[in-house]
Design a protein around this ligand. Structure first.
Ligand code: SF4
Length: 377
Protein backbone atom coordinates (compact mmCIF):
# COMPACT_ATOMS: atom_id res chain seq x y z
CA UNK A 1 0.00 0.00 0.00
CA UNK A 2 2.92 2.33 0.62
CA UNK A 3 6.12 2.12 -1.29
CA UNK A 4 8.67 3.01 1.39
CA UNK A 5 9.86 0.51 3.95
CA UNK A 6 10.58 0.72 7.65
CA UNK A 7 13.56 -1.07 9.16
CA UNK A 8 13.88 -2.41 12.68
CA UNK A 9 17.25 -3.47 14.11
CA UNK A 10 17.24 -5.57 17.29
CA UNK A 11 20.20 -5.16 19.65
CA UNK A 12 19.77 -7.75 22.43
CA UNK A 13 22.17 -6.45 25.07
CA UNK A 14 21.45 -4.97 28.51
CA UNK A 15 23.57 -4.19 31.56
CA UNK A 16 21.37 -6.59 33.48
CA UNK A 17 17.86 -7.95 33.12
CA UNK A 18 14.96 -5.95 34.58
CA UNK A 19 12.71 -8.11 36.74
CA UNK A 20 9.64 -7.75 34.50
CA UNK A 21 11.36 -8.11 31.14
CA UNK A 22 10.52 -10.79 28.62
CA UNK A 23 12.28 -9.20 25.65
CA UNK A 24 15.05 -11.10 23.89
CA UNK A 25 18.03 -9.50 25.59
CA UNK A 26 20.81 -10.30 27.99
CA UNK A 27 24.18 -9.29 29.32
CA UNK A 28 27.11 -9.24 26.88
CA UNK A 29 30.65 -7.94 26.71
CA UNK A 30 32.10 -5.80 23.94
CA UNK A 31 33.52 -8.83 22.09
CA UNK A 32 30.11 -10.48 21.96
CA UNK A 33 28.54 -7.22 20.82
CA UNK A 34 31.16 -6.92 18.07
CA UNK A 35 30.47 -10.48 16.88
CA UNK A 36 26.74 -9.81 16.94
CA UNK A 37 27.14 -6.64 14.89
CA UNK A 38 29.21 -8.55 12.32
CA UNK A 39 26.40 -11.08 11.94
CA UNK A 40 23.92 -8.23 11.62
CA UNK A 41 25.98 -6.63 8.86
CA UNK A 42 26.03 -9.98 7.03
CA UNK A 43 22.26 -10.28 7.42
CA UNK A 44 21.67 -6.78 6.05
CA UNK A 45 24.11 -7.41 3.20
CA UNK A 46 22.41 -10.63 2.24
CA UNK A 47 19.01 -8.97 1.90
CA UNK A 48 18.24 -8.77 -1.76
CA UNK A 49 15.03 -7.17 -2.89
CA UNK A 50 13.65 -8.10 -6.28
CA UNK A 51 14.23 -4.66 -7.77
CA UNK A 52 17.32 -3.45 -9.58
CA UNK A 53 17.24 -0.21 -7.69
CA UNK A 54 17.69 0.07 -3.93
CA UNK A 55 14.54 -0.27 -1.84
CA UNK A 56 13.44 3.02 -0.33
CA UNK A 57 13.36 3.36 3.44
CA UNK A 58 11.88 6.22 5.44
CA UNK A 59 12.14 5.02 9.06
CA UNK A 60 14.79 3.07 10.97
CA UNK A 61 14.41 2.02 14.59
CA UNK A 62 17.23 0.65 16.78
CA UNK A 63 15.50 -1.26 19.58
CA UNK A 64 16.39 -3.90 22.09
CA UNK A 65 17.57 -4.69 24.60
CA UNK A 66 19.40 -1.48 25.26
CA UNK A 67 20.98 -0.23 22.03
CA UNK A 68 22.83 2.48 23.98
CA UNK A 69 24.86 -0.22 25.74
CA UNK A 70 26.79 -0.75 22.49
CA UNK A 71 29.71 1.57 21.69
CA UNK A 72 28.50 4.33 19.35
CA UNK A 73 30.84 3.27 16.55
CA UNK A 74 28.97 -0.05 16.28
CA UNK A 75 25.65 1.77 15.77
CA UNK A 76 27.39 3.89 13.14
CA UNK A 77 28.62 0.77 11.34
CA UNK A 78 25.10 -0.65 11.19
CA UNK A 79 23.62 2.64 10.00
CA UNK A 80 26.29 2.99 7.28
CA UNK A 81 25.56 -0.55 6.13
CA UNK A 82 21.82 0.16 5.98
CA UNK A 83 22.48 3.30 3.99
CA UNK A 84 24.65 1.38 1.54
CA UNK A 85 22.07 -1.35 0.96
CA UNK A 86 18.88 0.75 1.07
CA UNK A 87 17.97 4.21 -0.19
CA UNK A 88 17.32 5.91 3.16
CA UNK A 89 15.36 9.17 2.93
CA UNK A 90 17.31 12.32 3.75
CA UNK A 91 14.51 13.35 6.11
CA UNK A 92 13.80 9.82 7.32
CA UNK A 93 13.01 9.20 10.99
CA UNK A 94 15.93 7.39 12.62
CA UNK A 95 15.24 6.42 16.24
CA UNK A 96 17.29 4.73 18.92
CA UNK A 97 16.27 3.45 22.34
CA UNK A 98 18.48 4.82 25.09
CA UNK A 99 18.59 3.94 28.75
CA UNK A 100 19.94 6.25 31.42
CA UNK A 101 22.99 4.62 32.92
CA UNK A 102 24.26 3.54 29.50
CA UNK A 103 24.57 6.87 27.70
CA UNK A 104 26.83 9.85 28.10
CA UNK A 105 27.21 13.18 26.39
CA UNK A 106 29.74 11.87 23.86
CA UNK A 107 27.50 9.00 22.83
CA UNK A 108 24.50 11.26 22.32
CA UNK A 109 26.61 13.72 20.31
CA UNK A 110 27.85 10.83 18.20
CA UNK A 111 24.28 9.62 17.53
CA UNK A 112 23.29 13.07 16.37
CA UNK A 113 26.32 13.35 14.11
CA UNK A 114 25.64 9.99 12.45
CA UNK A 115 22.11 11.16 11.57
CA UNK A 116 19.95 9.69 14.33
CA UNK A 117 17.18 12.23 14.89
CA UNK A 118 14.86 10.67 17.47
CA UNK A 119 15.62 9.31 20.93
CA UNK A 120 13.39 7.03 22.94
CA UNK A 121 14.45 7.15 26.58
CA UNK A 122 13.36 4.33 28.90
CA UNK A 123 12.52 6.07 32.15
CA UNK A 124 9.42 4.19 33.44
CA UNK A 125 9.15 6.10 36.75
CA UNK A 126 10.60 9.21 38.38
CA UNK A 127 10.81 7.49 41.78
CA UNK A 128 14.06 5.69 42.52
CA UNK A 129 12.31 3.25 44.82
CA UNK A 130 9.96 2.18 42.01
CA UNK A 131 12.90 1.94 39.60
CA UNK A 132 14.72 -0.32 42.06
CA UNK A 133 11.62 -2.50 42.42
CA UNK A 134 11.56 -2.93 38.64
CA UNK A 135 15.25 -3.86 38.62
CA UNK A 136 16.12 -0.84 36.45
CA UNK A 137 19.79 0.13 36.54
CA UNK A 138 19.30 3.90 36.67
CA UNK A 139 18.00 6.67 38.89
CA UNK A 140 15.71 9.58 38.01
CA UNK A 141 18.68 11.93 38.37
CA UNK A 142 20.58 9.97 35.72
CA UNK A 143 17.58 10.26 33.42
CA UNK A 144 17.54 14.04 33.90
CA UNK A 145 21.21 14.20 32.92
CA UNK A 146 20.63 12.15 29.78
CA UNK A 147 17.64 14.30 28.87
CA UNK A 148 19.69 17.48 29.26
CA UNK A 149 22.59 16.08 27.20
CA UNK A 150 20.14 14.97 24.52
CA UNK A 151 18.78 18.49 24.16
CA UNK A 152 22.32 19.90 24.15
CA UNK A 153 23.26 17.44 21.41
CA UNK A 154 20.42 18.89 19.33
CA UNK A 155 17.71 16.24 19.65
CA UNK A 156 14.36 17.90 19.02
CA UNK A 157 12.31 14.71 18.96
CA UNK A 158 12.43 12.76 22.23
CA UNK A 159 10.15 10.05 23.55
CA UNK A 160 9.98 9.11 27.21
CA UNK A 161 8.65 5.66 28.18
CA UNK A 162 6.56 5.44 31.35
CA UNK A 163 4.86 2.58 33.15
CA UNK A 164 1.89 2.45 35.49
CA UNK A 165 0.41 -0.24 37.74
CA UNK A 166 3.83 -0.96 39.25
CA UNK A 167 4.31 -2.86 42.50
CA UNK A 168 4.05 -0.39 45.39
CA UNK A 169 3.07 2.49 43.09
CA UNK A 170 0.35 4.82 44.36
CA UNK A 171 -1.92 7.12 42.36
CA UNK A 172 -0.07 10.04 43.91
CA UNK A 173 3.38 8.80 42.94
CA UNK A 174 2.24 8.08 39.38
CA UNK A 175 0.60 11.49 39.12
CA UNK A 176 3.86 13.10 40.22
CA UNK A 177 5.74 11.10 37.58
CA UNK A 178 3.36 12.36 34.90
CA UNK A 179 3.65 15.95 36.15
CA UNK A 180 7.46 15.87 36.29
CA UNK A 181 7.79 14.41 32.81
CA UNK A 182 5.26 16.71 31.15
CA UNK A 183 7.04 19.66 32.77
CA UNK A 184 10.18 18.64 30.87
CA UNK A 185 8.22 18.74 27.61
CA UNK A 186 9.39 15.74 25.58
CA UNK A 187 7.72 15.59 22.17
CA UNK A 188 6.34 12.10 22.75
CA UNK A 189 5.33 9.96 25.73
CA UNK A 190 4.57 6.23 25.68
CA UNK A 191 2.63 5.09 28.73
CA UNK A 192 1.98 1.39 29.25
CA UNK A 193 0.61 -0.60 32.18
CA UNK A 194 2.91 -3.22 33.61
CA UNK A 195 2.06 -6.70 32.40
CA UNK A 196 3.45 -9.45 34.60
CA UNK A 197 4.70 -12.10 32.19
CA UNK A 198 5.24 -15.76 33.03
CA UNK A 199 8.87 -16.80 32.93
CA UNK A 200 10.12 -13.48 34.32
CA UNK A 201 11.25 -13.00 37.95
CA UNK A 202 8.08 -10.90 38.51
CA UNK A 203 6.04 -13.88 37.32
CA UNK A 204 7.41 -15.88 40.29
CA UNK A 205 7.07 -13.16 42.93
CA UNK A 206 4.30 -12.05 45.27
CA UNK A 207 3.87 -8.49 44.09
CA UNK A 208 2.07 -5.67 45.81
CA UNK A 209 0.24 -4.54 42.67
CA UNK A 210 -2.36 -1.74 42.60
CA UNK A 211 -5.92 -3.11 42.53
CA UNK A 212 -8.04 -2.97 39.38
CA UNK A 213 -9.80 0.28 40.33
CA UNK A 214 -6.52 2.04 41.05
CA UNK A 215 -5.06 0.74 37.80
CA UNK A 216 -8.06 2.12 35.96
CA UNK A 217 -7.74 5.49 37.67
CA UNK A 218 -4.07 5.61 36.68
CA UNK A 219 -5.05 4.91 33.09
CA UNK A 220 -7.59 7.76 33.14
CA UNK A 221 -5.10 10.04 34.87
CA UNK A 222 -2.59 9.40 32.07
CA UNK A 223 -5.13 10.39 29.45
CA UNK A 224 -6.27 13.54 31.30
CA UNK A 225 -2.90 14.88 32.48
CA UNK A 226 -1.27 14.35 29.11
CA UNK A 227 -4.21 15.98 27.29
CA UNK A 228 -3.97 19.00 29.62
CA UNK A 229 -0.26 19.23 28.85
CA UNK A 230 -0.91 19.35 25.09
CA UNK A 231 -0.28 15.75 24.13
CA UNK A 232 -2.65 14.07 21.71
CA UNK A 233 -3.35 10.41 22.25
CA UNK A 234 -2.87 9.08 18.72
CA UNK A 235 -2.70 5.41 19.71
CA UNK A 236 -3.96 3.49 22.73
CA UNK A 237 -0.73 3.98 24.73
CA UNK A 238 1.07 6.67 22.76
CA UNK A 239 0.84 10.44 23.09
CA UNK A 240 2.54 13.14 21.06
CA UNK A 241 2.69 16.84 20.54
CA UNK A 242 1.31 17.82 17.13
CA UNK A 243 3.49 16.47 14.32
CA UNK A 244 5.61 14.22 16.57
CA UNK A 245 3.76 10.92 16.22
CA UNK A 246 6.31 8.11 15.85
CA UNK A 247 6.37 7.51 12.10
CA UNK A 248 7.95 4.09 12.56
CA UNK A 249 5.22 2.78 14.84
CA UNK A 250 2.45 4.42 12.83
CA UNK A 251 3.80 2.35 9.93
CA UNK A 252 3.16 -0.88 11.88
CA UNK A 253 -0.41 0.16 12.64
CA UNK A 254 -1.22 1.16 9.08
CA UNK A 255 -0.07 -1.97 7.29
CA UNK A 256 3.21 -0.61 5.97
CA UNK A 257 5.93 -3.09 5.01
CA UNK A 258 8.96 -3.46 7.27
CA UNK A 259 12.13 -5.49 7.53
CA UNK A 260 13.58 -6.60 10.86
CA UNK A 261 17.26 -7.45 11.29
CA UNK A 262 18.78 -9.24 14.27
CA UNK A 263 17.71 -11.95 16.65
CA UNK A 264 13.90 -12.25 17.08
CA UNK A 265 13.28 -9.42 14.60
CA UNK A 266 10.03 -9.65 12.64
CA UNK A 267 9.43 -8.65 9.03
CA UNK A 268 6.43 -8.05 6.81
CA UNK A 269 7.39 -7.79 3.19
CA UNK A 270 5.72 -8.61 -0.11
CA UNK A 271 2.73 -10.21 1.59
CA UNK A 272 4.86 -12.49 3.77
CA UNK A 273 5.49 -12.32 7.46
CA UNK A 274 8.47 -13.95 9.15
CA UNK A 275 10.50 -13.76 12.31
CA UNK A 276 14.14 -14.55 12.98
CA UNK A 277 15.00 -17.20 15.54
CA UNK A 278 14.95 -15.81 19.07
CA UNK A 279 18.07 -17.46 20.47
CA UNK A 280 20.92 -14.98 20.68
CA UNK A 281 23.63 -17.65 20.94
CA UNK A 282 22.29 -19.37 17.82
CA UNK A 283 22.28 -16.03 16.00
CA UNK A 284 25.88 -15.45 17.06
CA UNK A 285 26.94 -18.82 15.63
CA UNK A 286 24.75 -19.22 12.56
CA UNK A 287 23.52 -15.71 11.82
CA UNK A 288 19.88 -15.01 10.99
CA UNK A 289 17.62 -18.02 10.52
CA UNK A 290 14.03 -17.37 9.62
CA UNK A 291 11.35 -19.12 11.60
CA UNK A 292 8.23 -20.19 9.79
CA UNK A 293 7.31 -17.85 6.99
CA UNK A 294 3.62 -17.08 6.64
CA UNK A 295 2.03 -15.94 3.42
CA UNK A 296 -0.87 -13.77 4.49
CA UNK A 297 -4.23 -14.49 2.92
CA UNK A 298 -6.54 -11.68 1.84
CA UNK A 299 -8.60 -12.32 4.99
CA UNK A 300 -5.51 -12.07 7.21
CA UNK A 301 -4.59 -8.77 5.60
CA UNK A 302 -8.08 -7.36 5.98
CA UNK A 303 -8.23 -8.40 9.64
CA UNK A 304 -4.83 -6.88 10.36
CA UNK A 305 -5.76 -3.67 8.59
CA UNK A 306 -8.76 -3.35 10.90
CA UNK A 307 -7.40 -4.37 14.27
CA UNK A 308 -4.08 -2.58 13.87
CA UNK A 309 -5.74 0.51 12.39
CA UNK A 310 -8.27 0.67 15.20
CA UNK A 311 -5.38 1.14 17.66
CA UNK A 312 -4.98 4.60 16.17
CA UNK A 313 -7.23 7.40 17.42
CA UNK A 314 -8.06 8.45 13.87
CA UNK A 315 -9.13 4.87 13.17
CA UNK A 316 -9.32 3.20 9.79
CA UNK A 317 -10.24 4.78 6.49
CA UNK A 318 -12.94 3.03 4.46
CA UNK A 319 -11.40 4.51 1.31
CA UNK A 320 -7.96 3.06 2.05
CA UNK A 321 -9.54 -0.28 2.87
CA UNK A 322 -11.31 -0.25 -0.50
CA UNK A 323 -8.14 0.78 -2.33
CA UNK A 324 -6.26 -2.10 -0.70
CA UNK A 325 -8.85 -4.86 -0.94
CA UNK A 326 -11.52 -3.87 -3.46
CA UNK A 327 -14.24 -4.21 -0.81
CA UNK A 328 -15.78 -1.96 1.80
CA UNK A 329 -15.23 -2.66 5.52
CA UNK A 330 -19.04 -2.93 5.84
CA UNK A 331 -19.21 -5.72 3.29
CA UNK A 332 -16.67 -7.78 5.26
CA UNK A 333 -17.19 -6.79 8.90
CA UNK A 334 -20.73 -5.31 8.72
CA UNK A 335 -22.15 -7.27 11.64
CA UNK A 336 -19.30 -6.42 14.05
CA UNK A 337 -19.25 -2.77 13.00
CA UNK A 338 -22.99 -2.34 13.45
CA UNK A 339 -23.00 -4.10 16.84
CA UNK A 340 -20.15 -2.00 18.23
CA UNK A 341 -21.61 1.25 16.90
CA UNK A 342 -24.87 0.35 18.66
CA UNK A 343 -23.14 -0.45 21.95
CA UNK A 344 -21.13 2.78 21.80
CA UNK A 345 -17.67 1.26 21.32
CA UNK A 346 -17.16 2.32 17.69
CA UNK A 347 -18.04 5.49 15.83
CA UNK A 348 -18.19 6.39 12.15
CA UNK A 349 -17.43 9.88 10.95
CA UNK A 350 -17.18 10.50 7.23
CA UNK A 351 -14.67 8.02 5.88
CA UNK A 352 -13.28 7.02 9.30
CA UNK A 353 -14.24 4.24 11.70
CA UNK A 354 -12.67 4.57 15.14
CA UNK A 355 -12.92 3.48 18.76
CA UNK A 356 -14.89 5.74 21.09
CA UNK A 357 -13.38 6.59 24.44
CA UNK A 358 -15.29 3.66 25.98
CA UNK A 359 -14.21 1.48 23.04
CA UNK A 360 -10.57 2.40 23.63
CA UNK A 361 -10.88 1.09 27.19
CA UNK A 362 -12.27 -2.16 25.79
CA UNK A 363 -10.06 -2.22 22.70
CA UNK A 364 -9.04 -5.89 22.89
CA UNK A 365 -12.67 -6.97 23.11
CA UNK A 366 -13.66 -4.89 20.07
CA UNK A 367 -10.64 -5.89 18.01
CA UNK A 368 -11.19 -9.60 18.59
CA UNK A 369 -14.35 -9.24 16.49
CA UNK A 370 -12.28 -8.24 13.48
CA UNK A 371 -10.36 -11.48 13.28
CA UNK A 372 -11.64 -13.53 10.39
CA UNK A 373 -11.25 -17.16 11.37
CA UNK A 374 -11.97 -20.29 9.32
CA UNK A 375 -15.65 -20.11 10.26
CA UNK A 376 -16.44 -16.60 9.18
CA UNK A 377 -14.31 -16.24 6.09
S1 SF4 B 1 16.37 -2.43 29.73
FE1 SF4 B 1 14.58 -3.03 28.53
S2 SF4 B 1 15.22 -4.80 27.31
FE2 SF4 B 1 16.77 -4.49 28.93
S3 SF4 B 1 16.15 -5.83 30.56
FE3 SF4 B 1 15.24 -3.83 31.01
S4 SF4 B 1 13.20 -3.89 30.06
FE4 SF4 B 1 14.38 -5.59 29.20
Amino acid sequence: MQDKLSIYVHLPFCVRKCLYCDFVSGVGNENTMGSYVNKLLDEIDSFIGDKDEKLKVDTIFFGGGTPSVLPAFMIDKILCKLKSVFAVDEDGEISIEVNPGTSDKEKLDAYRKMGINRLSIGLQSTWDEELRTLGRIHTYKEFLEVYKWAREAGFTNINVDLMSALPGQSKESYEETLMRVTALGPEHISAYSLIVEEGTPFGEMELNLPDEDTEREMYEMTRDILADAGYVRYEISNYAKAGYECRHNVGYWTGKEYLGFGVAAASYFQGKRWKNQDNRDAYLIKGAQREEEIVLSLEDKMSEFMFLGLRMSKGVSAKRFYEGFGKTPDSVFGEAIERHIKNGLLKEEGDALFLTSKGTDLANYVMSDFILDENNR
